[in-house]
Design a protein around this ligand. Structure first.
Ligand code: FES
Ligand code: FES
Length: 159
């Protein structure tokens, strides 16, 4: 076992890990951040997506020991001061959540996109979600929710 420090949702946490453990495993099983969902474990479904230094990344493909010193964001860090992130609120308002299993990964891909591009086109949103699978919604409401969140965030930014 090796002691490492991870920066997760703006907090430094020390964890004991095996070098082979994935970030997905450490987030869920060591840090109890179970919003990060396991799916395929092969980088194909996007359920385990987190943001690492601004980029949406499949945490099942990353070893925890390799992301020391990087900023890791999970869905648990989205709400602030008891208020949902605009993306979370828009997903609810648009009915973009059905079983919810894909939702944390979708939210993290969407946040990474909006952090870099506050006014994405529909095509850009679809491209950002290209590695996120949803078995329930047909994607339309998810794209709509991201457009709504982007518009609301631009309005707040313009105030
Ligand atoms: S569990 Fe990581 S991409 Fe599917
Ligand atoms: S809401 Fe069920 S997989 Fe997307």
């Amino acid at each position: 076992m090796e002691k490492i420090t991870l920066r997760v949702n703006s907090r430094d946490v020390e964890v004991l890990v095996e070098p082979s453990w994935t970030l997905l495993y450490v987030l869920r099983e060591v840090l109890d951040l179970t919003g990060v969902k396991p799916g395929c474990h092969t980088g194909d479904c996007g359920a385990c997506k987190v943001i690492i230094d601004g980029e949406a990344v499949n945490s099942c493909l990353v070893r925890a020991v390799h992301v020391q010193g990087k900023s890791i964001e999970t869905v648990e860090g989205l709400a602030q001061d008891g208020r949902l992130h605009p993306l979370q609120q828009a997903f609810i308002d648009c009915g973009a959540v059905q079983c919810g299993y894909c939702t944390p990964g979708m939210l993290m891909s969407a946040k990474s996109l909006l952090d870099k591009n506050p006014a994405p086109t529909e095509e850009e949103i679809k491209e950002a979600l290209g590695n996120n699978y949803c078995r329930c919604t047909g994607y339309y409401k998810i794209v709509e929710a991201i457009q709504l969140a982007a518009a609301r965030m631009r309005e707040v930014g313009a105030e």
